[in-house]
Design a binder for this molecule. Structure first.
Ligand code: KG4
Length: 316
């Protein structure tokens, strides 16, 4: 079935964490609908799996109906289904998988399981069909921080991964300490002021080439705990800006190291943190060719699951 039928779409489903994201995709159009349970999670300062799973169950049918309306198609115009199999929260993944399996039985079409992390690596290709191997992909999200060398679709080497916290997780924890709410990354990004990056956080030196962020996290939290004065808005901006510069500079320096070590055609970054404005402006200064996903495709979304499936099938 290596052909996209006329007026037909792939349905993609992503439910690995707190976003119920569905997409109808073919070579001409992408209809994407994402409903987040972030508001319900906010008071807990992070993701509660049970709340996320219930919210997927409540939202998935409506999301699907709205997409069919938007694309002005009938259910029988769905050619195949792609869904996130792993990694993610098991109870959340199950909602997407059961929806995909049921629809596949009903319509007698295939349901393809897709790896969420690999989909982040190829998310730049949603609006840029240029794929050339090998390339270097860094995934920076709330649960993952890792560098991969993508030699081909079936040969992906992991070069390094965080030995403790993921970058997004540290953004969230620092933001929480600064009373900025959850998710913290976008809040800190909005506060960032390049003229206020004056604080040097005291942390232990990590081993060469190790990817570790818990030392920086503790240093920032200690700095706030030990502060003799109340953290007013100006101080908050100073801490947030200094923290963002430090963690993004460290992350990009690791990527730079691997880009120099391996002969690759280009580098790309995927995952929620790839939406960070400072990261995006700094990476554009690197000497090597860079492809970044559009901001709307950085965080968890079903478009990347659909495109990953189409790439696997040689249809993208
Ligand atoms: O990929 P994602 O949507 O979900 C997973 O974790 O899989 O990433 C969410 C993470 C959160 O930790 C959030 O704070 C972070 O990405 N994030 C950002 C930004 N937007 C989202 N971090 C820094 N700057 C941003 N603009």
């Amino acid at each position: 079935m290596n052909i996209l039928k006329k007026n037909h779409y792939f349905l993609a489903i992503e439910t690995s964490c707190d976003d119920t994201s569905l997409c109808l995709i073919n070579n001409d159009n992408i209809f994407l609908k994402t409903v987040s349970s972030i508001k319900q999670q906010n008071e807990f300062g992070g993701i509660v799996p049970e709340i996320a799973a219930r919210s997927h169950e409540e939202n998935i049918n409506n999301c699907f109906k709205q997409l069919l309306n938007e694309a002005k198609i009938n259910i029988t115009n769905i050619q195949a289904i792609a869904y996130t199999l792993e990694p993610g929260l098991k109870t959340c993944l199950n909602v997407g998988k059961i929806f995909a399996d049921s629809l596949s039985l009903l319509l007698n079409i295939k349901a393809y399981p897709i790896n969420h992390i690999t989909a982040h690596m190829f998310s730049y290709a949603i609006d840029n069909k240029h794929i050339e191997y090998p390339f270097l992909a860094m995934v920076v999200s709330g649960g993952t921080t890792a560098v991969f060398k993508v030699n081909s679709l079936i040969d992906i080497e992991i070069l390094n991964q965080t030995s403790d916290d993921a970058v997004g997780e540290v953004f969230d924890k620092v933001a929480r300490k600064l009373n900025l709410g959850y998710p913290g990354g976008p809040k800190i990004d909005m506060l960032y002021d390049c003229s206020r990056t004056t604080i040097t956080f005291q942390k232990k030196r990590s081993e060469n080439n190790s990817l570790s962020f818990s030392g920086l996290k503790s240093a920032v939290l200690n700095y706030i705990n030990n502060s003799k004065h109340e953290i007013d808005n100006s101080k908050r901006i100073e801490i947030a800006s200094s923290f963002q510069k430090t963690i993004i500079d460290e992350t990009l320096s690791k990527l730079h190291y691997y880009a120099k070590l391996h002969k690759v055609k280009y580098i790309t970054i995927g995952g929620g943190v790839a939406a960070n404005d400072y990261l995006r402006s700094e990476i554009s200064k690197m000497a090597i060719k860079t492809y970044l996903p559009l901001k709307k495709y950085c965080g968890d979304n079903a478009a990347m699951i659909g495109v990953m499936c189409l790439i696997n099938l040689g249809l993208w």
